[in-house]
Design a protein around this ligand. Structure first.
Ligand code: HAM
Length: 437
């Protein structure tokens, strides 16, 4: 198609250098925060056998799968014609993590604390905060707190929440900006059963997850059709709410654990948080800013490792996406300037080499660059034809360089510190020695 350009597929993003630097800034924070909290990084394949996701993640996510197949396999092509792709681009990482943990459960330490970050794919309708390819950061704690160890379980839940809160705080967010809304599926399923959903608790939970996302006038009749007395549920839910997590008797252990990690003021009990994924078994939480889709979501999934052939293993974790996080940081003016991001990521050039315009100095530019780079420094030059030193110095400062090195002739340079605008002229070796990483 000469003359016309192609956009990226619907719901995906092209990352030009500045968008890429912003993305790296977030990824860098994710990685550093996980490491600070004692999580180790893992990775798995971008695509999985489709069953890995159909087995336990639930209807919602399965309906958004991007199918994938190998063009090398005739049987797969047949399957595809019938609408069954054998592989799926991962819509989330938790089933892969469960599969990996189950395969090595015997050798792995207890608890195992893993983090992961990478792209996920969901064929959702693109809208504010929702794309078809996005980045997710996950932290998960496996093998801590058995069924009869409520305090250890609460500690694991609180540790997962604390690493998430630490990330938010390190971006400059405050408890008044954002809340970790916590609930417990086990408790809510019991309440729903009492209100008429006995035997259909999971469907009722999934409907509860839709509350607030689709109009109340539509949800009411849907609960009624299930035989659920919503007014009664609302009355029971009101009793679960409390200003602080530790004030809600059913969340007392978690409240204490959150308080001891210093993050309780970021949290609140919200009896309407249900979460859309099918595998959650107890504590669930979502990180919410008014008017936006969730920044992060997670919870306890104590049966999933067994589903993948491993031993019974308690597990808790969360996933945070880059899309809503970026929107929130931009809206609150917390996304740093491009210059600051370049600095934070260590992308500032150390030296920008300029010729004074003589043929000998021009020829000395490349060797000087090689010398600086050989010392591990980030060195650049201008590719412009101009010999105007003022213009070249402007290029150096536009690139954010720390120093400009102007080649003055045989064995001599001017070293200009672009941060404080001081300069000195002298022998090349002595001047270059002043540029340290
Ligand atoms: P999730 O709630 O489906 O949970 O996704 C977690 C986060 O990923 C969301 O809060 C949101 O920030 C981001 N996200 C999800 N879908 C999209 C989308 N279409 N566009 C942009 N961002 C999106 C999970 O995926 C669980 N596996 C998390 C988990 C880990 N639970 C335990 N461990």
């Amino acid at each position: 198609m000469p003359g016309s350009t192609l956009p990226s597929p619907k719901g995906t993003r092209d990352f030009y250098p500045i968008e890429m630097a912003r993305r790296r800034w977030i990824e860098d924070k994710w990685r550093k925060t996980s490491v600070r909290h004692g999580f180790e990084e893992i990775d798995g394949p971008t695509f999985e056998h489709v069953e890995v996701f159909t087995i336990k993640s639930g209807e919602g996510i399965v309906s958004e799968i991007f199918g994938a197949f190998s063009g090398k396999d005739e049987t797969q092509l047949e399957n595809l014609k019938q609408g069954h792709a054998p592989f799926a681009l991962r819509p989330e990482f938790t089933p892969t993590l469960a599969r990996m943990f189950a395969a090595r459960a015997k050798q792995l330490p207890q608890p195992t604390k893993w983090f992961w970050q990478g792209p996920c794919f969901r064929a959702e309708r693109p809208q504010r905060g929702r794309l078809r390819e996005f980045l997710q950061w996950n932290c998960d704690i496996l093998g801590m707190g058995g069924p009869d160890q409520p305090k250890e379980r609460a500690t694991a839940d609180a540790e997962a929440i604390a690493v998430c809160v630490d990330l938010l705080a390190s971006c400059g967010l405050k408890p008044s900006d954002i809340t970790v809304q916590i609930n417990d599926r086990h408790i809510v399923a019991g309440m729903l059963a009492e209100c008429g959903a006995a035997g259909r608790e999971m469907q009722a939970l999934m409907l509860l997850d839709k509350r607030g996302k689709i109009p109340e006038a539509e949800i009411g009749p849907m609960f009624a059709a299930m035989g659920v007395d919503l007014a009664r549920f609302d009355a029971m839910a009101a009793g679960l709410r409390a200003p602080r997590v530790s004030d809600s008797p059913r969340f007392a252990d978690l409240g204490v654990a959150l308080a001891s990690l210093g993050v309780e003021e970021w949290c609140a009990v919200n009896p309407y948080i249900a979460r859309g994924l099918a595998y959650y078994t107890g504590t669930v939480f979502e990180v919410i800013v008014d008017g936006e889709r969730a920044v992060a979501g997670g919870g306890r999934y104590d049966n999933l490792i067994e589903v993948f052939g491993g031993p019974p293993t308690p597990a808790v974790g969360f996933g945070m996406g880059d899309v809503v996080l970026s929107l929130v940081l931009q809206d609150k003016g917390l996304m740093p300037t491009d210059a600051q991001i370049t600095k934070d990521l260590g992308l500032r050039p150390d030296a920008f080499v300029i010729s004074n315009g003589t043929p000998e100095s021009d020829a000395a530019v490349a060797p000087l660059l090689a010398r600086l780079r050989g010392r591990g420094l980030h060195a650049r030059r201008s590719y412009k034809a101009t010999k105007n030193i003022g213009k070249l110095l402007k290029d150096a400062s536009d690139a954010g360089s720390r120093f400009a090195v102007i080649i003055e002739g045989a064995g001599e340079v001017t070293l200009k510190n672009l941060d404080d605008n001081t300069q000195d002229r002298g022998a090349t070796d002595a001047m270059l020695a002043r540029i340290t990483p």
